[in-house]
Design a protein around this ligand. Sequence first.
Ligand SMILES: C[S@@+](CC[C@H](N)C(=O)[O-])C[C@H]1O[C@@H](n2cnc3c(N)ncnc32)[C@H](O)[C@@H]1O
Length: 187
Amino acid sequence: MSWDAFAPSFDDQPDHGLRDPVVRAAWRAHLLSWLPPAPSRILEVGCGTGSLMLLLDECGHSVVGLDRSSAMLSLARLKSPRSPLIQADASDPPFADGSFDVVLARHVVWALPDPSSALRRWLRLADRLVLIEGRWDTGAGLTADELTSLLSPLDVRVRRLADPALWGHPIEDERYAVLVSGVQSGR
Ligand SMILES: C[S@@+](CC[C@H](N)C(=O)[O-])C[C@H]1O[C@@H](n2cnc3c(N)ncnc32)[C@H](O)[C@@H]1O
């Protein structure tokens, strides 16, 4: 699937563009609570238009963005000019093992053809994963149980993301973050 066609209007959704200060503050607070103290080295796979990259750069983290869509990357380049961006497949990022402190992915795992293999690869790149996913009312996505089973037998924490401030409106469907940390043996 090509994501290029979604790029021009992608940021119109409150959680994508983070233009509303309340939504932006909610994402900032949640992300910072899951990440190590700044500065940390973060690889954001499937960075899209770069909204989270910019937020984390502003908080003192060093973020590399990776996406396969050139249209998404063009917008990310405009939004977050200081952060390095590369066009590559999120399933196999072209970096050496241990290159990052954290791999961050929001709404990306569900879209990968072989999520289990991608997760294993990410666990070699970093000790910590921050995975934000959902099973949306459209029927797309992954449940938290499905995602945690892909990470078995690792010890993971699941945080439900029901706060309307994150989305700009109340939600009924399943949205969550899965946090994996301290996975030295994954290398
Ligand atoms: C739903 S968007 C999420 C964008 C961003 N993470 C966010 O939350 O604002 C999914 C993104 O993942 C990217 N993507 C999907 N499959 C990919 C792959 N195999 N390799 C790299 N990027 C991919 C798409 O191009 C798109 O930018």
